[in-house]
Ligand binder design. Structure first.
Ligand code: HEC
Ligand code: HEC
Length: 512
């Protein structure tokens, strides 16, 4: 599988698309609490070995990511405005003179020695020496025929490409773009197709930026010439409109900023579970013993982590469930860290959901809005808070136990309708024990959701712990099954300060 992936992966991941228009992630946290927790935790780690908690690393990283996205968004907007001003300024100088120039002076054959205008920036005056047809053939057709993806791929993982907007000939192309509102005949520089081409991320790749400039200059020159060519300007077409054939919602889903947000939701929020051995600030020993490749978490940078996972082929895009990211921690293949996840547990499901979705997006599988996966209506974040149940019946050995915590609300004299935290893990039946760090949860879009991402903690007080056990092992055999009321085993009230750290674990007796 490795050779297959390398090429496509390089093409789609080198560049960072940070033009997020999705709801802003939290931006207030500085990660300082996280660092404090991490320091305390380190002392504990020394005693407790591997599966200590790690959310601190993930947490601080996440803040960096949020900030990054927010910055990207602004930069994108600003760049865009600036660009428009420049164009307008250039355009305003002497449009008539240019126009006259183009219509009367140069004979067509003059063009042959002027083929390469690639260095022309988008702010240059429009070339008027060539006819619309020449411009189309010399500058638009090559875009159509290029083997590399267009500049759109810097932000759109799939679904749109500039090639889709180019028809068999210039009349058909012009008519289609004009009729779908992508060319503005009265104000060519305001054409929507130019706006699309002109979108650039905060930190564009140099190569893509050069391609973008060429595409922009080519389309701009051709549109300016075409609107003045009566035959082209009057062209009609009854062909289906050019452009992407999939719904906007599918295009949105495949945007790289959306993909990153989903990565943060599904994987980044959980990699805290793996950080003791896989985060470069904590895994000295593992690196010495196993090599640099164990450091697959890129500190503070979810985009870099995603890029690395693709490059190192931790995802198997042809058979997602065989991805190393799933197969290693579930011990489906040998794993130096032992069993960290169970097939079908929440983290496993989140990882797999992301990988399957990524594979489908990268391949352009989704054709309709209905085909898109629904995102979970909850956000979660691994925390450093530990919970333990003792006295678990021995017959549940190795079964997966899930606990959901509901907070007591004195005002309404009732338990919260939504869970505030959840955790799942296999029971150690020999010791009749279950312990796990909890993930703090909140309904997506709620006020609490932003806090969860910033600092996953539980307010001190009384919570109802509802316990579910997968007696039949359905999570493993019926992915993506969930535990339901059928698997409910009992509940217990727990009053705790919910302090962070393995050494400050909250303990309760399993309800009998
Ligand atoms: C810098 C990143 C970036 C680049 C490069 C980019 N786009 Fe987009 N594109 C976006 C964003 C962000 C949106 C959503 C815009 C909005 O909602 O206002 C979007 C929306 C779209 C949409 C509308 C779908 C929708 O969400 O409503 C189309 C079509 C589209 N882009 C095509 C293109 C084409 C074609 C190119 C290349 C010529 C391109 N884009 C290049 C970021 C980019
Ligand atoms: C106790 C330490 C430890 C923990 C915790 C741990 N791992 Fe590992 N992991 C290792 C070691 C050591 C290796 C290198 C040996 C090997 O490949 O099995 C490794 C290798 C891997 C690899 C292969 C990396 C590569 O490029 O070859 C993946 C993927 C992986 N682990 C995933 C996970 C995930 C996911 C988690 C958290 C859910 C996790 N690990 C938790 C110790 C750990």
């Amino acid at each position: 599988m490795r050779p297959f992936l390398t090429l496509s992966v390089v093409a789609i991941t080198v560049v960072l698309a940070s033009c997020s228009r999705t709801e802003p992630l939290s931006k207030n946290g500085q990660g300082s609490e996280a660092v404090a927790i991490a320091d305390e935790q380190r002392a504990d780690d020394a005693h407790h070995g591997v599966e200590t908690d790690v959310h601190a690393a993930g947490h601080a990283q996440h803040e960096a990511a949020s900030q990054h996205q927010a910055d990207g968004h602004h930069a994108h907007g600003d760049g865009h405005n600036e660009h428009h001003q420049k164009i307008e300024a250039g355009h305003a100088t002497n449009p008539d003179q240019h126009a006259g120039h183009s219509e009367h002076t140069h004979a067509p054959h003059d063009d042959t020695h002027k083929t390469d205008q690639s260095a022309v920036t988008s702010t240059s005056p429009v070339s008027k020496d060539r006819t619309a047809l020449q411009l189309f053939k010399q500058r638009i057709t090559p875009i159509m025929q290029a083997t590399n993806p267009s500049s759109c791929s810097e932000c759109h993982l799939s679904g749109v490409d500039l090639k889709q907007y180019i028809g068999p000939d210039q009349e058909a192309t012009f008519a289609s773009l004009r009729m779908s509102g992508l060319i503005d005949v009265d104000d060519p520089d305001a054409s929507k197709i130019l706006t699309f081409i002109n979108r650039r991320p905060e930190k564009p790749s140099l190569i893509t930026d050069k391609i973008r400039k060429e595409e922009y200059a080519a389309f701009r020159a051709w549109i300016h010439a075409a609107v003045k060519d009566p035959q082209v300007a009057a062209a009609e077409t009854s062909d289906a409109a050019l452009g992407p054939t999939i719904p906007d919602e599918v295009i949105r889903h495949a945007r790289k900023d959306r993909v990153l947000a989903s990565f943060i939701d599904n994987i980044w929020s959980e990699v805290g579970r793996c950080a003791a051995c896989h985060s470069p600030d904590r895994n000295q020993k593992q690196v010495e013993e196993n090599g640099e490749q164990v450091s697959w978490i890129k500190l503070g940078d979810p985009q870099a982590t995603l890029d690395y996972m693709l490059e190192a082929e931790l995802f198997d895009l042809t058979a997602p469930e065989e991805s190393l990211l799933l197969a290693k921690p579930t011990m489906q293949v040998k794993h130096g860290g032992g069993q960290k996840l169970v097939v079908g547990d929440r983290t496993y499901k989140q990882f797999r959901r992301f990988i399957e979705d990524y594979a489908a997006v990268a391949k352009g599988t989704y054709q309709s809005t209905e085909a898109l996966p629904t995102s979970s209506d909850e956000v979660s974040q691994v925390s450093d808070i530990w919970l333990k149940f003792t006295d678990i019946p021995a017959r549940f050995d190795k079964k997966l136990l899930q606990v959901d915590l509901y907070r007591w609300n004195p005002a309404s004299n009732s338990w919260s309708p939504d869970r505030w935290a959840t955790a799942d893990r296999a029971i150690a039946g020999d010791r009749r024990l279950w312990q796990q760090h909890i993930s703090v949860t909140a309904p997506r879009g709620s006020e609490r959701a932003a806090l969860v991402r910033r600092e996953p903690h539980l307010p001190p007080g009384k919570y109802l712990a509802k316990i579910y056990i997968d007696e039949t092992g359905k999570l493993q055999t019926q992915y993506p099954a969930e535990l339901t009321d059928e698997d409910y085993m009992g509940q217990v009230e727990i009053d705790s300060r919910w302090q962070a750290g393995y050494g400050r674990m909250t303990a309760a007796k399993y309800p009998h």
